[in-house]
Design a protein around this ligand. Structure first.
Ligand code: MF3
Ligand code: CO
Ligand code: CO
Length: 269
């Protein structure tokens, strides 16, 4: 596997796929209420992607790294679930906090994005974790431009996150993306400035930090479904994800849509 650099046509395809992925999250937002099951959200997302967007839900039957095929169309990771939670028939309840991760394929191109959702009202602690994780992602995005190192991105995310007393999950990372769901490079959410690959115009990759309120260690979930990951200490975990393009002068976030949360002021300044 190698890094792929997108030309004008590839960039156009990535823009469309990215917007569609984000629009799935917009569409799901009003349905994330107490009593809904993650299976119901999965069905809503699946039907919207296939029937309205004319796209393909990339997770469905995905076997990244020789795993058992992923059985659903979105990932729903609730509370202390870190990532890759599989939708099920359990109803969400007031106070739950979850990540919904959507990846669509449109005209062969992938768009990958996730957001945090609160079911009813959330605890101060959950809101703070989600907000810090959101800002951590943007501290990483803000670094992106040609000549910057992947280690600079990881360092920015790690420094900000740990500065708020939270921890960065190490075992999962962002990734190159294009006509392949997960391609090179790996985009670590921790690291040292000036290390790893230098960014080049035309690269597209995700930045998707997983941040734990407690310790960084994770484990396989008790479901033993081959996918669900949880925090070892059962502390809450949060994640946000965008797909970005390296432009000649900086970056373009490809997974924005009408319902995207505001870009933090420190990014625009
Ligand atoms: N969307 C996830 C990511 O950000 C990957 C999910 S793989 C799946 O990379 F099979 F669990 F869907
Ligand atoms: Co991703
Ligand atoms: Co994703």
């Amino acid at each position: 596997m190698t890094i792929t650099y997108k030309d004008a046509q590839g960039i156009a395809g990535m823009r469309v796929a990215g917007r569609l992925a984000s629009e799935v999250l917009d569409y799901l937002t009003p349905f994330v209420v107490p009593g809904v099951t993650t299976n119901a959200l999965d069905k809503l997302a699946h039907d919207y992607i296939v029937n309205v967007q004319g796209a393909i839900p990339a997770p469905l039957n995905y076997t990244g790294g020789g795993k058992i095929p992923y059985p659903k169309s979105i990932c729903t990771s609730v509370n202390h679930q870190v990532c890759h939670g599989i939708p099920n028939d359990k109803a969400l309840k007031k106070g739950d906090v979850l990540n919904i991760d959507v990846t669509v394929i449109k005209n062969t191109w992938h768009g990958d994005t996730s957001r945090m959702f609160f079911v009813g009202e959330a605890s101060i602690a959950a809101k703070r974790l989600a907000a810090v994780t959101y800002d951590a992602m943007w501290h990483g995005i803000k670094m992106v431009k040609p000549g910057v190192y992947l280690g600079d991105i990881g360092h920015a995310i790690q420094r900000f996150t740990e500065g708020h007393g939270f921890s960065v999950v190490r075992e999962f990372c962002g990734h190159g993306i294009g006509q392949v769901f997960h391609e090179e490079p790996q985009v670590l959410h921790y690291g040292r400035p000036g290390t790893l690959d230098k960014l080049v115009e035309g690269m597209t990759f995700t930045i998707e930090p997983m941040v734990n309120a407690g310790r960084k260690e994770i484990k396989e979930g008790p479901e033993k479904d081959g996918w669900t990951i949880v925090t070892q200490d059962r502390s809450l975990s949060a994640q946000w994800e965008h797909t970005v393009l390296v432009t000649p002068t900086g970056y373009e976030v490809l997974t924005l849509s009408a319902g995207s949360p505001p870009i933090p002021a420190f990014v625009l300044a």
